[in-house]
Design a protein around this ligand. Structure first.
Ligand code: AMP
Ligand code: ZN
Length: 487
């Protein structure tokens, strides 16, 4: 199959328009995505952003690019909360759970790794952490000070936004105007160390109750939130690289400040293409820990979100997400999930039907169909259109099955290879693992027999225990007219 690198078009948030993707070095892509802050388990909204970038990574790989994908882990630093205050979220969580900061980080890193496996996400090339790069952060801050865009006050260092604005455009990415920001932001008060309300911390003097602190030329303290990404992206991808991604909510201030830091230290915007994934909402409101309207990615698998009556498999959840473009909002509703569950089953069934389809010498236009898969993904990774085109393939397959259309042997081979690639490799829907299923089958027969016995004896506690235990292991049991099935 011919890769179509030259036709890929990406929506660049920096320019507010789609443009052809031309990497800095032919055939190679450097991509940095802001990763999780590991003070708690990532919620389903966080996962949506990471799954969207997994799709982007997968398609770039499929096109034959050699991709260096760097996704950081925030395990230190003063982070701005939703009220705009600088807080050490990891320290706060550590105190609440009576653990040390790195115990907290490690605990949630293990959970995050497990979630990536369950949701079939490819591991990035590197997952660097902020605590491993304190020295690099300090060096960049020193460079910014030397260049005149930062100042030290009482052991903390702030970015000098007013000075920066004399040479650069602060707001280039987010379109925010400093005068408008001033109206939204509280005015400086006497205790404020900042010279200007829009200045932001590069280094923060240690508070007496900080759990992690580092030595610096300005005394003991913590890095500000934004500087870690500048340090790690520069170290692994260079001062300028191809793609920088993250959730839409990071555009301002996080990404705007990353641009300011890179311009302030190296004189260039770090990324040529800025990509922003849109939010997962619950009833129209962004899913967020601080709003309390969140659920965890594992809860949807074991049916304990409290929002939906049943559980859904990781493939169904992933498929559901793929039916919305990464730049569109997405609302999780039971109705939409049920529709995705049916759609996913129809797609996989159609793909299986293709295997045994009779062939003749003539065909419907298979090349155009395969071309439509590429066209969708080349248009700014348009997964929902790809899914619609895959359903078109299923429709044609069923027409052939019913004798109302035909396919040649060569075209059948081509279509099978293309569907395999786009369903499994690009959309990242894990192949139903037939090998595991075969090995598990006798064990499952036994477990389902025991459950049936419990049900016959009206021992609901045991039968529920078996069903819930299986759900935890990702196995969904269904009782239907034809008996009990599992998947
Ligand atoms: P955090 O761990 O808060 O730094 O967030 C990690 C990533 O998840 C960032 O790229 C955020 O933009 C993204 N994110 C946070 N909330 C949501 C949401 N409701 N929907 C989609 N992405 C989100
Ligand atoms: Zn970042």
């Amino acid at each position: 199959m011919k890769a179509q690198q030259d036709q890929l078009v990406i929506y660049n948030s920096l320019k507010g328009e789609k443009e052809p993707f031309v990497p800095m070095v032919e055939g190679k892509v450097g991509m940095y995505v802001c990763g999780p802050t590991l003070y708690s388990e990532p919620h389903m909204g966080n996962m949506r952003t990471f799954i969207n970038f997994d799709l982007i990574y997968r398609y770039l790989l499929h096109l034959g690019f050699s991709v260096k994908y760097v996704r950081n882990v925030t395990d230190a630093g003063h982070i701005t909360n939703s009220a705009g205050q600088e807080v050490d979220s990891i320290g706060v969580a550590a105190k609440a759970e009576q653990l040390q900061s790195l115990e907290i980080v490690y605990k949630y890193a293990v959970k995050f790794q497990e979630l990536q496996r369950v949701y079939n996400m490819l591991p990035p090339s590197i997952e660097p952490t902020a605590t491993q790069h304190i020295q690099e952060q300090i060096e960049i801050i020193e460079q910014i000070i030397t260049n005149g865009y930062a100042y030290e006050v009482n052991g903390s260092v702030y970015f000098d936004t007013r000075r920066y604005m004399q040479d650069y455009n602060y707001g280039i990415l987010s379109g925010r105007k400093v005068d408008e920001l001033e109206n939204e932001t509280r005015t400086l008060n006497a205790q404020d160390e900042k010279r200007f309300f829009a200045d932001f911390a590069l280094w923060k003097k240690a508070n007496p109750d900080d759990m992690q602190i580092w030595r610096s030329p300005w005394g003991n303290g913590n890095p500000g939130w934004h500087i870690e990404c500048t340090a790690m992206s520069t170290k692994y991808l260079g001062k300028q690289f191809d793609i920088h991604g993250g959730g839409m909510d990071l555009k301002f201030p996080h990404h705007e400040d990353e641009i300011a830091q890179s311009c302030g230290s190296f004189g260039c915007n770090p990324a040529r293409y800025w990509m922003h994934a849109n939010m997962l909402n619950v009833n129209g409101q962004k899913m967020s820990k601080s709003f309390g309207n969140y659920f965890l990615p594992k809860q949807i698998l074991d049916g304990t979100t409290g929002l939906f009556e049943k559980s859904y498999s990781a493939n169904v959840v992933r498929f559901f997400m793929m039916q919305a473009h990464y730049r569109s909002n997405l609302d999780f509703t039971q109705e939409a999930l049920n529709a995705s569950e049916k759609g996913y089953a129809r797609l996989i069934e159609g793909f299986k039907t293709l295997e045994n389809l009779p062939t003749t010498t003539s065909s419907f236009d298979v090349a155009a169909l395969i071309g439509s898969f590429y066209k969708a993904m080349n248009d700014d990774f348009n997964a929902p259109i790809l899914v619609a085109n895959l359903f078109e393939a299923v429709k044609q397959i069923n027409l052939v099955k019913d004798g109302n259309a035909s396919i040649s042997a060569d075209d059948k081979t081509e279509l099978k290879a293309a569907m395999e690639i786009f369903i499994h490799e690009v959309l990242g829907l894990a192949p139903e693992n037939t090998a595991t299923e075969t090995r598990l089958a006798p064990v499952m027969d036994l477990v389902l027999d025991l459950r049936q016995q419990a049900r016959t004896n009206k021992d609901w506690t045991t039968s529920d225990q078996i069903r819930d235990g299986l759900a935890k292991a990702g196995i969904v049991v269904k009782d239907g007219k034809e008996g009990t099935t599992w998947s």
